[in-house]
Design a protein around this ligand. Structure first.
Ligand code: GLN
Length: 456
């Protein structure tokens, strides 16, 4: 088949199912077909040339609306491409469109999108996870074969888990943040999403690698994740040590999630892996530390949305001062969860409270990193369920923010540490997908792909 035929088939599928799924905020039919034609004309070759992709709307795309699912950026067309988007284009991958998400990537259900939620293709009355619910749902509904997500606390892995797809958070700095709309800069990590481990690795290889335009980008060669995934697919894990975290055990995961996880763990043991229990005593403080660090950085990053530089401007009628225009814009443009984070972050960073909150959280972050380092002296990777519960019904966790935050209980420690982690489907609980998470040491992204491949 030609690249144009592949792109057309996906665009037609989008037309057919979007009314029910709502994975996309913007579809770029013309752009996708033009990119596909270039491949058919032989201008670009390579392993993923002609394979279409969906991109989370927090990643800038030149001339294509990019809103981060916020009213404050409605209609904004970025004047440049994110580095990872440049790489997708250079690889000949037609961009189908921009996917729905929680506003500014804050959330675990896509219910905080200013443009309405995305429905989980497995059960349209349930959430597709978040913040990258649109990318995951687009994969699960066969609207796209590959997608880009960003993971600050779990936003690639948790949507992957609850939609039965694969999502990988690379090592922090392994993929460029240049051109991401920043949420929490010390945590934000773009990464690949797909329906299989091998496809995820192929996309990982396209987007990863040093970028001089991102000061935290790692100037080292990317490990061969594709070879590692293929090695894993051969099904031999002899000598591989899998660590299970003692402290995760009592954390109230749904019984069906625990059962699916244990069954997969046994399958890995049959392939030769050894299971070792490790203790990570500071993981229990990961959630509170994250909910100080991430909102603190968000309060600083989101200061740029002032009604002057981009998107929405409210109160610009000659009756209001500049300061009033800024605050009216922010009042009208930000949704409730974003406002909550800005308020928490501003408070945590304010003089007199900084040491007690932000400073303390940074110390906890160091202790969590040490827990990981100690664990990786004993085991090759850590494994856990990706999220404690399967896709939940809409509205069931929006009234209490803490209930929503619990979705990332098992994913957040990795972000605070900076290592890579992947979620792979591992069966069903009450008919809904469960995810298996594999966490590896920083820069050892290949290691998680090997185990992930074996699990598939
Ligand atoms: N759910 C987490 C939050 O709301 C993680 C979000 C993310 O990874 N972008 O902050």
């Amino acid at each position: 088949v030609s690249a144009v035929e592949v792109a057309t088939a996906h665009l037609d599928r989008i037309t057919a199912v979007e009314e029910r799924v709502h994975a996309f905020l913007h579809v770029d039919r013309e752009g996708a077909l033009a990119a596909a034609k270039k491949v058919d004309d032989g201008e670009i070759t390579g392993p993923l040339a002609g394979v279409p992709i969906a991109v989370k709307d927090v990643v800038t795309t030149k001339g294509i609306p990019t809103t981060a699912a916020s009213k404050i950026l409605e209609g904004w067309k970025p004047p440049y491409d994110a580095t990872i988007v440049e790489r997708l284009k250079a690889a000949g991958m037609p961009i189908l469109g921009k996917t729905n998400m929680d506003e500014f990537a804050m959330g675990s259900s896509t219910e905080y999108s200013a443009y309405g939620p995305t429905n989980n293709p497995w059960d349209l009355g349930r959430i597709p996870g978040g913040s990258g619910g649109g990318s995951a749902a687009a994969l699960a509904a066969y609207e796209a074969p590959l997608a880009i997500g960003t993971d600050t606390g779990g936003s690639i892995r948790q949507p992957g888990a609850v939609t039965g797809t694969v999502g990988a958070k690379p090592t922090y700095g392994g993929t460029s943040r240049y051109g991401l709309i920043a949420f929490s800069s010390s945590l934000d990590t773009p990464g690949p999403c797909a329906r299989t481990v091998e496809d995820t690795a192929l996309l990982h290889a396209v987007i990863a690698g040093h970028d001089p335009r991102d000061s935290t980008s790692i100037a080292q060669p990317v490990p061969d994740v594709v070879a590692a995934a293929r090695r894993g697919l051969q099904g031999d894990l002899t000598g591989v040590k899998l660590g299970i975290v003692k402290e995760f055990a009592g954390d109230g995961s749904e019984p069906g999630v625990v059962a699916a996880f244990k069954e997969s763990l046994e399958a890995l043991v049959k392939l030769g892996a050894e299971v070792v229990e490790v203790s990570c005593p500071h993981f229990q403080y990961a959630l509170p530390a994250y909910y100080l660090i991430a909102p603190s950085e968000c309060s600083s990053n989101l200061a740029r949305f002032d009604g002057v530089r981009y998107g929405l401007r409210a109160g610009d009628d000659g009756q209001h001062s500049l300061e009033e225009v800024m605050s009216l814009t922010r009042e009208a443009g930000f949704g409730p969860e974003v406002k909550r984070r800005i308020i928490i972050g501003t408070y945590a960073l304010s003089s007199g409270y900084y040491d007690a909150y932000y400073g303390q959280a940074q110390k906890v972050r160091t202790l969590i990193t040490r827990d990981f380092e100690a664990a990786f002296e004993k085991v090759d990777v850590l494994v856990s369920p990706t999220t404690p519960f399967v896709a939940f019904p809409f509205g069931s966790r929006t009234s209490d923010p803490y209930q929503m935050y619990l979705a990332d209980l098992f994913t957040i420690p990795t972000n605070l540490y900076g290592g890579p982690a992947i979620s792979v489907p591992c069966g069903l609980s009450e008919g809904l997908p469960v995810g298996f998470q594999i966490m590896a040491p920083t820069l050892a992204d290949d290691r998680m792909y090997r185990v992930a491949g074996a699990l598939e």
